[in-house]
Design a protein around this ligand. Sequence first.
Ligand code: SAH
Ligand code: SF4
Ligand code: F3S
Length: 497
Amino acid sequence: MSNKIDLNEIASEQLHEIDLNDVELKAVAPQMEPQRQYYYMAKAKKYVQELSAKLGRPLSFSTQTFGCQMNARDSEKLVGILEQIGYVEEQDEEKADFVIYNTCTVRENANLRVYGRLGQLNRIKRKNPHMMIALCGCMMQEPKVVEKLKKSYRFVDLIFGTHNIYKFAELIVNRIENERMTIDIWENTDKIVENLPSERKFAFKSGVNITFGCNNFCSYCIVPYVRGRERSRDPEAIISEIKRLVADGVVEVMLLGQNVNSYGKNLEHPITFAQLLQRIEQIEGLERIRFMTSHPKDLSDELIEVMRTSKKICKHLHLPVQSGSTRILKKMNRHYTKEGYLELVDKIRKAVPDLSLTTDIIVGFPGETEEDFLETMDVVKKVRYDSAFTFIYSKRTGTPAAAMEDQVPEDVVKDRFDRLLKEVQEISAEVCSVHTGTIQDVLVETVNDHDSSLVTGRMSNNILVHFPGDESLIGKIVNVKLNECKGFYYIGEMVES
Ligand code: SAH
Ligand code: SF4
Ligand code: F3S
């Protein structure tokens, strides 16, 4: 009995070294985090082992992630916990014992897709009584959604939100012990729990959260309501996570936040995003730094200077414009004008000449006239983005824009959207091709899906290139000559450095 581990006596940073089979489960769960979650992981592991022994096979899980990089990173944390508990990954959702949907609600069609797939899951679950279904992510932070699930989707086992994903193991145990739908949604919290497991999708690159939530309240956007107020992670926690990742083979990190440029403002010892980048730059073994997303209103001269002199920050900036009309930008609550945005772009391009610029654009925001739309087209023509994500405005209940009058008719929006997309695509094919014939540093990511004699890698400017190679190159940075531009990507060949 006595050689069992009392989690209360283990420091947070040491927890990942313990064997969960040795954890003392007779004691009550620790109050402290993350110790408490390791207790529940150990407990869940026992349940999984028991069921697995009964069935004579391991239990499996499948995750589906919708939405942005934030959700992708959250899913890696969920998978980290599931693997600690003893689940193995199953690609085919229909065969999995535990299906997890990490949802997005930024636009209406994201929600509709989830409901559609849930219908299919219900059919499969009837044939597999061991199947558990969990729903989490942004959609669950909407009370209306949870009401609907409670009423019409009773077969769902576990529902939780964006603030308490760290409690996944505790919620699983709760569900197993109570045998009924477990719902745990938090409205908001300041809490950031560190030192929990996570399982990366790629061995050589990783997302790293630097802020959670958003304070900007762009009038169309639901994110501040479902992700809560902005909280910055402690710089020491970020640095030590990246050092750990690098020791584990990571060469590229993507720093994640809804508005990375406001990082650090509300910390007890405030630091700027540019200062954080400078500290990250010093981490030995780390080769590339990316970040997402930059709000134009908070992009500082200090940051531009750091980007100019950095050896590791990639030559890519995602700078969402949303609209080119100053009038619409004001109604969107974006806090910049068309001219201000264009000046900012000029300034950055002067400082970092070979920078690739990408953006997000919304078409059909309430009250958008043809004139406003032409302003957006004008920005696209002036900036000449490497690529742009274009979205049809989607009305999100609860946001100020949803209550605005003169919503734009569907056919008008569709017409503008098609014109914009055409312009964006033509420009981006032209912009992309300017690198033809150059030699670039490329981080090899995968063996090519369609042709296994090729590998696919990413340049610093985020453009992909396919070239002859094999699996042994994955995770390495190599020199590639860009022979031919195929619109949005290149075909190339490896050359000696
Ligand atoms: N924090 C990031 C964006 C996160 S959401 C930023 O401020 O840039 C990703 C993109 O979804 C946004 O940039 C916006 O273009 C789009 N989006 C958000 N709400 C939308 C809505 N209601 N309708 C259509 N597109 C929307
Ligand atoms: Fe949404 Fe604006 Fe926040 Fe981006 S900055 S998440 S668009 S509210
Ligand atoms: Fe969607 Fe949530 Fe990201 S609403 S875009 S998954 S923050």
